[in-house]
Write a protein that binds this ligand. Structure first.
Ligand code: FAD
Length: 476
């Protein structure tokens, strides 16, 4: 009988074990995507996610057509929809690639249980370099610290990627499918997606093309380039990985091969890149072993911490109106393009949780709604870390100074000028802290603090002292 291949965060043909191994059987294959926002524990997609998913599904359906197949779309509870498609098509097998968060694992188990013994269910490892339960410390536990995790898995490295299937055999009938347009995933009123269109092309082909450009031109200096927020010098693979349009195995081996062949790529560049990829795996490792990562402090010392709550301050941060140019530039980049440079994510995260003492969960939720790469493991783990509640040996002292960070990483102010145009005529020297400039400088640049651009909402020095004394509550 036919095989239903249930695709989730793996919208690709290349290195897709569930799809490739189904194709190899020579049985008819039915590729299925279910939009499930109803099952228990599932986090509804954010607005930016939906925009990406729409385009990604369009691209994926197109690639499947090129292989002689058709994508079936269903919306509803996975347990209902997957079981329905299996029954309708008389499929005798269900293949899928593993997911790792608690809610998704529970759904996958439920689907398997509902299908009963006549349908064989096969699960594959596709989206992480290592299954989380396969990596153990010497005492048999899981890793809570990154460096030993990296040491454990970096040699000999992950398996080789698999090729895309040559073709997919059709069933006698494809099941009934929704129309993608009826899912209404794209924003209409207002349509905020112009900046997204300008920056991104979702889909597998675009991911491969961008990664080739990265390896050809940027990998060589990646270890330095990744610290320049204004420059386009990182891989920008994060949304493609989020939706599984490209495989981490493919990225690992392609980058390695480039580094082996091109002597101009220093060890430090390739090592830094592979380490970043492994951070993603590490965050999933934490999520798998600590299921409540999105809600509960990983470091339970923070359970008794009293976060401040201020709707208006949260809003000022979200809208990029804090009066700290680097923070505002980051928040506006996020709003405009659905993405933010890693260095700036840390700066804005520290500002929210330390300068404003607002709960990291608020930041996590905002990112989840606005990032195209908003990821169930990386977003939560990184927010925990920046807020002090995560896996960090120094939770109480990591307070970023938004002025010195800005001077160091956006020296010429290009990033600020791009996203905070009302400061574009400020001289380099004063663009990082306009309130410290003299009236004549401000006037010349056409800036009126409190009118054309906000005054700083807190004094960083005082906010830092406030945070340090607040931590006394929980330091113990
Ligand atoms: P590159 O520098 O080219 O790195 C290559 C890949 O390595 C990335 O695509 C990503 O998959 C992985 N990677 C790099 N840095 C990290 C990291 N610190 N943690 C985990 N994986 C990493 N990344 C997400 O993918 N989704 C998120 O929701 C997310 N939320 C974040 C929230 C905060 C507060 C912070 C500080 C970081 C967050 N990150 C998140 C990590 C990081 O900022 C992005 O992965 C990175 O900026 C993506 O750009 P890139 O693909 O060009 O990265």
């Amino acid at each position: 009988g036919p095989i239903v291949v249930w695709l989730r965060n793996d919208l690709r043909l290349d290195d897709n074990p569930a799809l490739a191994l189904a194709a190899e059987t020579d049985r008819p294959v039915i590729p299925l995507v279910v939009l499930d926002e109803e099952s228990d524990g599932i986090r509804p997609l954010g607005g930016a996610h939906k925009w990406w998913l729409h385009h990604s599904l369009e691209a994926f359906a197109h690639s499947l057509r090129g292989k002689g197949s058709e994508l079936t779309l269903r919306r509803g509870k996975s347990a209902n929809e997957v079981v329905d498609v299996v029954k309708q098509t008389g499929a005798t097998a269900l293949f899928f690639n593993r997911r790792y968060d608690e809610a998704s694992r529970a759904i996958d188990d439920e689907v398997e249980a509902q299908l009963g013994e006549d349908v064989s269910v096969e699960r594959f490892t596709a989206n992480l370099l290592h299954d989380p339960e396969a990596v153990e410390t010497t005492s048999g536990g899981y890793y809570k610290v990154y460096t030993p995790f990296w040491r454990k898995i970096s040699e000999p490295g992950p398996r080789d990627p698999m090729d895309a299937p040559n073709g997919l055999k059709q069933p006698s009938n494809f099941p009934k499918s929704d129309e993608l347009a009826d899912w209404n995933l794209l924003p209409t009123k207002p349509d905020w997606s112009g900046g997204f269109d300008a920056m991104w092309t979702p889909g597998e082909k675009a991911a491969q093309k961008r990664f080739k450009t990265f390896c050809d031109d940027l990998l060589e200096d990646y270890h330095n380039g990744r610290e320049r927020p204004f420059a386009d010098e990182t891989s920008r693979m994060s949304p493609h990985l989020r939706w599984g349009e490209i495989s981490p195995y493919r990225l690992w081996h392609t980058a390695r091969t480039y580094a082996d062949r091109r002597k101009t790529i220093p060890d430090e560049a390739i090592k830094t890149f592979l380490q970043e990829l492994v951070w993603r795996d590490f965050n999933y490792h934490l999520l798998f072993h600590f299921g409540a990562l999105a809600e509960k402090n990983f470091n339970d010392r923070f359970d008794g911490f009293s976060w401040r709550s201020s709707k208006s301050e949260l809003k000022a941060w979200q809208k990029g109106a804090t009066g700290y140019p680097i923070v505002d530039a980051g928040m506006r980049q996020l709003w405009e393009t659905g993405w933010m440079h890693n260095r700036v994510r840390m700066i804005v995260g520290s500002f929210l949780t330390r300068d404003l003492l607002i709960d990291w969960r608020e930041g996590e939720r905002w990112f989840w709604d606005t990032l195209v790469d908003g990821d169930i493991a990386s977003n939560t783990a990184q927010w925990q870390w920046i807020g002090g509640a995560g896996a960090d040996a120094q939770p109480f002292f990591r307070i970023f100074n938004p002025i010195t960070q800005s001077q160091r990483f956006d020296k010429g102010g290009d990033y600020i000028r791009r996203f905070v145009p009302e400061l574009k005529d400020m001289p380099d020297k004063h663009i990082h802290a306009p309130w410290e400039a003299g009236d004549d400088v401000l006037e010349k640049a056409g800036v009126k603090l409190g009118e054309t651009y906000p005054k700083p909402m807190v004094d960083h020095g005082k906010a830092r002292e406030r945070a340090l004394s607040a931590y006394d509550e929980v330091k113990g």
